[in-house]
Design a protein around this ligand. Sequence first.
Ligand SMILES: [Zn+2]
Length: 79
Amino acid sequence: MALALHSIEQEDEANRCPVCGGDKRTCQDPKNQRAYEAGFKRCYASRAVGWAMKARGDDADARALVAYTTFHPERVKPD
Ligand SMILES: [Zn+2]
């Protein structure tokens, strides 16, 4: 079972596009050149993590950190 999972993970990695992280059999196929549409999603939790990581600067330990966010309801803008 573990060997089968390892094989599946290797196959997934081999098919991963180094640019977008998707399946390169799809995103690099010229037949699909007009099949993609870009979109945006907003996430302020991710922005807070990005700012916090940037504030750490060149800290060598930063790569060992797993970021998390805490939601503070008292900071929510009033309607
Ligand atoms: Zn791609």
